[in-house]
Each structure stands twice: as structure tokens, then as C-alpha cells.
Design a protein around this ligand. Structure first.
Ligand SMILES: Cc1cc2nc3c(=O)[nH]c(=O)nc-3n(C[C@H](O)[C@H](O)[C@H](O)COP(=O)(O)OP(=O)(O)OC[C@H]3O[C@@H](n4cnc5c(N)ncnc54)[C@H](O)[C@@H]3O)c2cc1C
Ligand code: SF4
Length: 590
């Protein structure tokens, strides 16, 4: 029998970026909010040394900050006719946990999706006609436009202290920025990070090919900064121990550095750590949530009653909690009906490793998001009339770390994997290598989905989430085209050896370390037959449940997701404050 806690206005499930941004908005509006986080408390001053913590084996190789599989894992299969098996290692799937979630140890690339990415169905048909989409693709609009989200992207960049260079301010092109970005109201709050030799080589290659190079927007501070919540951040030291590490320098945008210092001071906010939500409780009519049931570290069950339930437990667990709680109709691949689990997407990755001669790239000088990119082949930024795919990818060079273990595989093709020849090659390539890395779009497909595993369960005996995924034809064709462009770029940069990589040319394996960017499964949209959430991230079926995170993306964009996770969360929070609280009920008629 669960023990009862006092009722609150809102309960938030999971305290990463999405949960802490939602908590900040709702507590500022005066609501009492309790956040339930299944991991432990974790903060800048208590957990990260102020000098650089160089334990690469612990944090990066062994993924010390990621959620242990014993807490929860996924089962995986490529095709619906296969059996799925549980994953025992985190490679492409990387679950954050503890307070701050993956926002603690992310890199900080803080992109906005392109206007096209929110309306791929409408805009593809308008430009190319009805026959452009490959068989089985489930391309659909998000029910929200880039212009709707622009003020919320802007708010996040200010909260996070993003360093970058605008390319388009209110329709006016800005030299040195990304000419393909949607119009923004103003520049980033901080100028771009310092440049490296790798950036210079990339710029030279881009200029030779007539492409438009710009600095990637970074959640690593290029200077001292005070955010709108009054939180002070210090300049990044380019320590190179950023991805998979916490930042003790108050330089990486994270819930800890940017939001929690303000949130902790608010009397109407509280957080219970090591408290795992098992399900959202529904009233008898199944149209209203009454709160959540959670289990604490001592194994005791609790009920937390609340007027509003926000699920912000990361893309995968958002979908799993909806399925475990009976919120929304599960996607059924055979009939093509149902919405929860539909339009799961991963990110297409392709590119080229580049090896120079007599360079000194000094890879140990780096920051999580220090990179130079081109967007000429992303999204619908180029004419697809004569291509057999839609979408595209950004292409970038990354000066992020020169860590000795992680760089060990960056040797030219044909090098032995151990022994004196490997050592010699690694000694040479350490200063001479990098890669042209391309993160691409991915669209929903009828054979790709998430559901509850019929066999395997977690430590509480509840079904694990099952992932059914393989690259679809559109992904593979697009990534092939992009890998060709990356090879061209490598040669234009003057590399002596250019080695193409194209993981989409074979079946997807969850053991490959490609990207951590998973999206969809509880997507937003204007049509309740193809989306689990309305355009305000509100469940179509249970009006006081809002679901925040990349689960709401109807498709993945050709860049990192968190800027868009933040913008959609802040947009939904605005709707809760301005509309829902005045008149609780569905914000959009089904
Ligand atoms: C190594 C790495 C590098 C990355 N780099 C970038 C980058 O450069 N740019 C970018 O845009 N994105 C990047 N990402 C992705 C980015 O970190 C995520 O998009 C973002 O952190 C997601 O935020 P979230 O709040 O949705 O989820 P999370 O940060 O995962 O937070 C969810 C929280 O919910 C908790 N939780 C889960 N289930 C329950 C439950 N049942 N009960 C209670 N609590 C629960 C979890 O413990 C977790 O703390 C990176 C990710 C990784 C792993
Ligand atoms: S690179 Fe900069 S932001 Fe990243 S951990 Fe080091 S000091 Fe912090």
C-alpha cells in the first residue's frame, strides 16, 4: 500500500534540462512543484572538482555518469520479425541520470532546428510534389512552426549562456554566421569560442568548395556571463574533459550551472532524489491524472498527488512511462494505428576521417562544443529535385578533446590495432588527425517504433522498452550522399589520407558509438491519429499530463536536439501558464 504525500500543483518526473526548465517556469508562476528524480543529488560545488578531473577511464570509457543498466536498460532488434535482446552496454544509447540528467555531461552544441524541420510534410510536397517520399516513411508536421518557437530558443540561449555568431537577425544576413538558420530576434549572448587550427583548415576547405562555414553554437562560455536568473558563469578553459564529464568551472551550460542555483532558493520548489516514478495514476475516467506512484531508495511506495503531471524523464522513458500508465493508444505496426511509440528516430551519421602531414592540431585544446560547421547540405537547404531522398546533414570539424584513450582509434585505415606499429601510427596521427563528422536528419518509418518488451523486465518487474530500429532507405541514401560530400571536404582541407565512414551502409547496431540523439515516440502534432501530444506537449487523452523532451519530435533534425528540447519545453510551459491554468482542460480540440 503506497503512502500518501501532500498534494502539489505540479509534479515533475525527471530533473534534466526539460524538467528543470519546466520547474523554473512553473515555480516562477507561483505553483508548488515537486520534482522526482530517480538518480542522486548532483551539483557543481559538491560533485565536480574546480580543477580539471582527468579520469578518462572512469567518466568517458566506462561511462561513469550514465545510468547503470541494472537500473533499466532497453531491448533491441532491427526488424519486427526478430526477437529483441537486452542491451548490456551503452554505446549509441546513453541514458543520463542523477539530478541534471545528461545535461550534466553533454557537449553543449546548442542548435536550433531549421524552419523546414518542423513542417517537412507540407514543405516537401509544396516544393517537390507528392511522390518525393520513399515508401513507408511517416513524414509529418509538428503542429508548431519555427517562428512559434523562436522566442523560446532565444530564452534558452540566454539561460544557458550560449556562445555563437548569428547568421540571420530578423531576416538580415550576418557575415560569419550560419546563412541557413531561421530568422532570430538577436545574436547569441556570448561571442563564439576561440578558434583552433582545425577550424582554420575546415574554413579553408569550405571556401574552396564554395560552402559557408560558421562556428557551432556552444554551451561552453566564451567569457564571463550572468544569466537572466542571476547565475554567474566563468569563462571556459578549453580543458578538453567536457563530453561525459561534469564542469567544475561553471562554464558548461547545464541544469546545475544555469537553473538549479535559482530554483533551490524558491520555497515552492522541492526535489526528491532516488525516487523513481513507476506510473502516472489516472482517475476512473482515464481522462485525468491524479498524480504519480514512485518508489524511494528504501523500496517504499509513495503516491504524489498533483494537479499537473509533467513527464520529463528523457525521450525513451517518457514513452515507457506513457505505455506503463496507459496514456494514449500504443502504436500498432500491423494496422498502422496508435500513436505512443510511433515515429521513433535516431540520427544518421556519416563522414570522413582526415589525416594531415606535419600539422600540430593540439587536440588536447578543446571544449565540448568547439566546432566549425557548414549547413549547405542540411535539411532542405539545397535542391533535392534530382536526389532520391529528403533531408540532409550538417558537416563539422570538432576540437573537443585529445584524451589519450579515446583518441587511440584515430589512426589511418590499415594500421594494426596494437603493438609497435599501432604506437608509431598513433604518435603521428595524434597531432595530425580529426574527422569531418556529419549529423543527419531522420524521419519516422512504419517499421521503426518503441513498445513494451513482452519478455524482459526491470528491477521492479516492469516491462523494458523495446526498440525496433534499422536505417530506412531515405536515411541510407541521404547519408551516402553526405559521406561523398565529407570526402570532398577532406580533400579540400588538404588531408593526406581521407577515409570515408558510412555506418548506414550496413544494418544498424546498437553497439556502434555513433550519436546519443534519439527522438520521437510521443510526438507532437495537430492530428491525434498520428501524434500522442497536441502542439502544446499536452496528451490528447489525459489533459493534465504534459510530456517534455525529444520524444515530442516528429522527426530528427540534422543537428543536436537539446536546443529544440528546451524551446518546445519552454513553449509548453508558456501555454500552461497563459492558457491551461486559467481553464484546465484540452488546449486543442481533438
Ligand atoms: C555524452 C552526451 C553528449 C551530448 N551532447 C549533446 C550536445 O552537444 N548537444 C545537444 O543538443 N545534445 C547533446 N546530448 C543530448 C542531451 O544531453 C539530451 O538531449 C538532453 O540532456 C535531454 O534532456 P532531458 O531533460 O530530456 O533528459 P535527461 O537529461 O536524460 O533527464 C531525464 C532525467 O529523468 C530521470 N528519470 C528517468 N526515468 C525516471 C523515472 N521513472 N522517475 C524519476 N526520474 C526518472 C533520469 O534519471 C534523468 O535524470 C548529449 C548526450 C550525451 C549522453
Ligand atoms: S571544456 Fe570548458 S565547459 Fe567543458 S568542462 Fe572544460 S572548462 Fe568546462
Amino acid at each position: 500500500m503506497a503512502q500518501q504525500r501532500a498534494r502539489v500543483d505540479a509534479v515533475i518526473v525527471g530533473l534534466g534540462w526539460a524538467g528543470s526548465l519546466m520547474a523554473e517556469e512553473l515555480t516562477r508562476a507561483g505553483l508548488t512543484v515537486v520534482a522526482l528524480e530517480r538518480g542522486a543529488w548532483r551539483d557543481t560545488t559538491t560533485d565536480f572538482p574546480p580543477a580539471v578531473d582527468t579520469d578518462e577511464l572512469r567518466w568517458s570509457t566506462r561511462r561513469g555518469m550514465l545510468q547503470p543498466q541494472a537500473v533499466e536498460t532497453l531491448t533491441f532488434r532491427n526488424r519486427p520479425d526478430q526477437g529483441a535482446l537486452p542491451l548490456r552496454d551503452w554505446n549509441c544509447f546513453q541514458f543520463g541520470w542523477n539530478v541534471g540528467g545528461a545535461g550534466t555531461h553533454w557537449n553543449g552544441m546548442t542548435w536550433r532546428f531549421k524552419p523546414y524541420d518542423f513542417q517537412p510534410h507540407t514543405l516537401t510536397r509544396r516544393r517537390y510534389g507528392d511522390k518525393k517520399l520513399a515508401d513507408g516513411l511517416q513524414v509529418q508536421d509538428w503542429g508548431v512552426s519555427y517562428d512559434d518557437l523562436e522566442p523560446f530558443y532565444d530564452r534558452f540561449e540566454r539561460l544557458a549562456g550560449t556562445s555563437g555568431k548569428a547568421g540571420n537577425i530578423q531576416g538580415q544576413a550576418q557575415p560569419g554566421g550560419n546563412p541557413f538558420e531561421g530568422p532570430r530576434q538577436r545574436d547569441y549572448p556570448l561571442p563564439p569560442l576561440q578558434r583552433t587550427r582545425a577550424c582554420d583548415l575546415f574554413d579553408a576547405g569550405a571556401a574552396k568548395l564554395g560552402l559557408h562555414s560558421f562556428p557551432v553554437p556552444a554551451g561552453n562560455t566564451s567569457g564571463a556571463y550572468v544569466n537572466p536568473l542571476g547565475v554567474h558563469m566563468a569563462p571556459c578553459t578549453y580543458c578538453g574533459y567536457c563530453e561525459f564529464f561534469g564542469c567544475g568551472n561553471w562554464s558548461k551550460s547545464s541544469p546545475q550551472a544555469c537553473i538549479l542555483p535559482a530554483l533551490k532558493r524558491r520555497p515552492n520548489f522541492s526535489v526528491l532524489t532516488q525516487s523513481e516514478v513507476l506510473k502516472v495514476n489516472l482517475a476512473a475516467d482515464k481522462k485525468t491524472a491524479t498524480g504519480v506512484t514512485f518508489i524511494d531508495a528504501a523500496g517504499r511506495l509513495w503516491e504524489q498527488p498533483a494537479d499537473i503531471v509533467v513527464i520529463s524523464a528523457y525521450q525513451m522513458d517518457n514513452v515507457r512511462l506513457m505505455l506503463l500508465s496507459g496514456i494514449g493508444k500504443p502504436y500498432d505496426r500491423a494496422s498502422g494505428t496508435g500513436v505512443v511509440g510511433r515515429n521513433y528516430a535516431y540520427q544518421t551519421i556519416s563522414g570522413a576521417s582526415v589525416f594531415f602531414e606535419d600539422e600540430h592540431l593540439n587536440p588536447f585544446i578543446g571544449a565540448g562544443a568547439l566546432a566549425q560547421a557548414v549547413d549547405d547540405y542540411n535539411s532542405d537547404n539545397f535542391d533535392h529535385t534530382h536526389h532520391d531522398f529528403i533531408g540532409g546533414a550538417n558537416m563539422l570539424i570538432h576540437s573537443t578533446n585529445g584524451r589519450p584513450i579515446g583518441m587511440g582509434g584515430a589512426v589511418p585505415p590499415g594500421t594494426p590495432r596494437w603493438g609497435s606499429d599501432w604506437k608509431k601510427a598513433y604518435r603521428d596521427s595524434y597531432q595530425n588527425s580529426n574527422s569531418v563528422y556529419c549529423q543527419g536528419t531522420s524521419y519516422g518509418h512504419r517499421d521503426v517504433y518503441l513498445d513494451l518488451d513482452p519478455t524482459y523486465t526491470d528491477r521492479h518487474g516492469m516491462p523494458l522498452l523495446r526498440v525496433t530500429f534499422d536505417w530506412n532507405e531515405n536515411d541510407a541514401r541521404m547519408a551516402h550522399f553526405i559521406a561523398d560530400r565529407a570526402v570532398e571536404m577532406g580533400h579540400a582541407m588538404g588531408a593526406k589520407v581521407v577515409s570515408r565512414f558510412e555506418p548506414t551502409a550496413k544494418a544498424f547496431s546498437p553497439m556502434d558509438q555513433l550519436s546519443s540523439h534519439t527522438t520521437g515516440g510521443a510526438v507532437m502534432g495537430a492530428d491525434p491519429t498520428t501524434s500522442a501530444l497536441n502542439p502544446y506537449l499536452q496528451s490528447w487523452d489525459v489533459h493534465n499530463v504534459f510530456v517534455a523532451g525529444a520524444s515530442c519530435f516528429a522527426n530528427n533534425g540534422g543537428c543536436n536536439p537539446t536546443g529544440t528540447v528546451a524551446a518546445t519545453t519552454l513553449w509548453a510551459a508558456h501555454a500552461i501558464k497563459e492558457q491551461y491554468l486559467k481553464n484546465p482542460g484540452p488546449l486543442v480540440k481533438a
